[in-house]
Design a protein around this ligand. Structure first.
Ligand SMILES: Cc1cc2nc3c(=O)[nH]c(=O)nc-3n(C[C@H](O)[C@H](O)[C@H](O)COP(=O)(O)OP(=O)(O)OC[C@H]3O[C@@H](n4cnc5c(N)ncnc54)[C@H](O)[C@@H]3O)c2cc1C
Length: 300
């Protein structure tokens, strides 16, 4: 039986792999190749890279670092996870792999606006679509920005972006549905409210253009605020607790409610950021090491 199975090869899973491999533990990492970090054209808020670094380059460097210390990494999807005597069994295709502990680092998937995939990806690559104002609000300083969403989430995102630019428009996917308190906050912040549905998405020179109930509009950047799918199903099926949104509940050592099952990164509740994912993974990995050592000393 292995010491730990890591499910997910984004910043959280790879950080844990580096730590656990350097603790001389026998681990396996499975990754189905859809890290959110791979979508980052160039991050400018990740400390240590004053010129910025692309998500793909960061992931490649982390993979090289994990492999240098002996991490066994497989490009494969884990399709089920169950508790067994002394640990867990993970299913990968026809195979079952067993380990004394599991770290789930499967992340989330952002819901996308209703636009053609090719257009979405082109707009994402050049900063006309952005998903994370915490990450890149600085880059839209004094630009013309739209947030695509409504309700509490849409209003929160629009108000957050207001500290980067005075030109913010909140576009509803259909019609706005805003509680009076948020409507008052948006009005006080001078945020324009536009009803959808949004159609005719197009890249128009430096801007992203779309038709709305208020006519044809164009923005330097648009932030979808449509929520995410939290990839916590494997842990929930195995018996771990998640909150209403699907985020796994963890304690301050990244332990889920199921013994020996840990979670780190976006799949656990917290700030969806690379640095946070890495920090949680370091805590999880060290707790896993200490737990295994308490069961049987890891002396060489
Ligand atoms: C466009 C964009 C820009 C961003 N910019 C920044 C930024 O500038 N700075 C910043 O700090 N953050 C940024 N973020 C957020 C950052 O990407 C995430 O917080 C970070 O990637 C979370 O890491 P993670 O390891 O938790 O999840 P992820 O990076 O999403 O990795 C999860 C991994 O788990 C794998 N996986 C899922 N299910 C399975 C399964 N069943 N079996 C095997 N593998 C599985 C996936 O393939 C994936 O590789 C950005 C996000 C986006 C979308």
């Amino acid at each position: 039986m292995d010491d730990c199975i890591i499910i997910g090869g984004g910043p959280a899973g790879l950080t844990a792999a580096i730590y656990l491999s350097r603790y001389h533990l026998k681990i396996r990492l499975f990754d189905c190749g859809s890290s959110r970090a791979a979508l980052i054209p160039c991050t400018h808020n990740h400390a240590g890279y004053p010129q910025g670094i692309s998500g793909l380059d960061l992931l490649a460097a982390m993979r090289a670092q994990a492999e240098k210390y002996g991490t066994v990494r497989e490009a494969a999807k884990v399709t089920s996870l169950r508790s067994i005597e002394g640990g867990f069994a993970a299913r990968i295709g026809e195979r079952e792999v067993r380990a004394r502990s599991v770290l789930l680092a499967t992340g989330v998937i952002n819901h996308r606006p209703p636009m053609p995939d090719a257009l979405h990806d082109a707009a994402l690559a050049n900063g006309q679509i952005r998903y994370c104002p915490v990450c890149d609000g600085y880059e839209v300083t004094d630009k013309r920005v739209a947030v695509y969403g409504t309700g509490e989430h849409g209003a929160r995102e629009a108000l957050f972006i207001r500290s980067f630019t005075r030109d913010v428009t909140l576009i509803a996917p259909d019609r706005h549905d805003l509680p009076p308190e948020q409507l008052a906050q948006l009005t006080a912040a001078d945020i324009a409210l536009v009803d959808g549905p949004a159609r005719d998405w197009a890249i128009d020179g430096e801007q992203l253009a779309l038709s709305t109930a208020a006519g044809h509009l164009a923005f330097d950047s648009l932030y979808p605020a449509l929520g995410s799918h939290i990839r916590s199903e494997l842990a929930v099926e195995a018996g771990a607790r998640a909150d209403a949104s699907g985020c796994l509940e963890v304690d301050d050592h990244q332990r889920t409610s199921l013994p020996a099952l840990f979670a780190a990164g976006d799949v656990a509740k917290g700030l969806d950021q690379i640095s946070h994912a890495m920090g949680e993974a370091g805590v999880a990995a060290t707790t896993i090491r200490n737990m295994l050592n308490a069961e049987a000393p890891l002396w060489r």
